[in-house]
Design a protein around this ligand. Structure first.
Ligand code: SF4
Length: 338
């Protein structure tokens, strides 16, 4: 495998993400948490936690990965994007002179094992790729203890570090922030193409994958763009890839209006022409909350907010009416109604 860091006379190149920061001695990369200390790139946030919670797995969002259960979720600080609409800007855009570690991989693994109704550990809240060394060390321990690992990412990741992560991460939710280059260039400081490559690499590796697009009025809410996005997902990742259309609320530097429900419904209809499982998120009622069997159409999961009720699904995640496999990652609960 190619090295993740390349040392030159006057700088070290970080190859974790497509920015390929060339970092001079004493300086940090764009993400703000990786520093050239003279002979190496040091991760300043190893073991540093900004958020920590036992969340419903639906909150990641993952609707087809052990639905109805919880996952211990952690995040740190910094990001390799500069989205001016960031919904987590207080942690993603924070830069500090120094950070102090709060935990380590062993402690987190014990905590995950002891948490109630917990399937494993999710790296979320801020961008995980910039936390690479900590994620690898922790994910290995979580997998050794028989639990699941999840990564919620913007997908702006290079091929080699992702290849390494694919050995230890079971499920991904990747933000596909828009399906046009100018959105990425103007609003995120990144590029679309590497995100598409990340999605294809995860899909080819056979890992569980769900995709999220935050719909911002006037920025990425045209039917034409959603038509192209959903068609691409269907052709490149498969038509069973769940797509979450998330409602935007004004945040950080943007004050565009809240996404109207009519826009979400319109785009839901457009995406549903190509994809079997389309959902509407950041809203607890209306179109796109529940899951229906893609073969016979019977309801298989009813959702109200993060409250999940599994219906008409057998112990193997199959529809009890027609036998279609709806959930490949599933733990049967006696609360399920068949
Ligand atoms: S992970 Fe951080 S330091 Fe490395 S290339 Fe990306 S932004 Fe730059």
């Amino acid at each position: 495998m190619k090295p993740l860091f390349l040392k030159y006379d006057n700088f070290i190149e970080c190859r974790l993400c497509p920015h390929l920061c060339r970092i001079a001695c004493g300086k940090r990369g764009i993400c703000g948490v990786r520093k050239n200390t003279g002979d190496k790139i040091e991760l300043l946030t190893y073991g540093v936690i900004s958020g920590h919670s036992l969340d419903p797995v639906e909150k990641k969002p993952l609707y087809h990965f052990f639905p109805g259960h919880h996952i211990l979720s952690i995040g740190s600080y910094g990001c390799n994007m500069r989205c001016d609409f960031c919904q987590n800007f207080h942690i993603s855009q924070r830069s500090a002179d120094s950070f102090s570690p709060d935990t380590d991989p062993e402690k987190l693994t014990i905590e995950a094992l002891n948490a109630t109704d917990n399937i494993g550990l999710a790296f979320t809240y801020n961008e995980p790729i910039i936390w690479f060394e900590f994620i690898v060390d922790t994910a290995i321990k979580i997998k050794e203890s028989g639990m699941q690992t999840v990564m919620v990412s913007n997908g702006f990741v290079n091929r080699n570090p992702l290849k390494e992560l694919l050995e230890f991460i079971d499920a991904f939710n990747i933000d596909l922030k828009a399906f046009n280059d100018s959105f990425y260039a103007k609003l995120t400081g990144a590029k679309l193409q590497p995100v598409k490559e990340t999605l294809k690499q995860i899909s080819k590796a056979g890992k569980h994958l769900e995709v999220t697009t935050l719909i911002i009025p006037g920025r990425n809410d045209s039917e034409k763009e959603m038509d192209m996005e959903a068609k691409w997902i269907s052709e490149e990742l498969g038509n069973e890839t769940p797509l979450h259309l998330s409602r935007y609320f004004p945040m950080y530097k943007r004050d565009d209006p809240v996404t109207p429900e009519s826009t979400l419904t319109r785009l839901y209809d457009t995406a549903s022409k190509y994809l079997k499982y389309v959902y509407v998120g950041n809203t607890s009622e209306g179109t796109g909350q529940d899951t229906y069997c893609s073969k016979c159409g019977i309801i298989v999961t009813k959702r109200t907010g993060y409250n999940t009720r599994i219906l008409n699904i057998d112990r193997e995640g199959k529809c009890t009416k027609c036998g279609n496999t709806v959930y490949r990652n599933f733990i049967f609960s006696s609360r399920a109604k068949n």
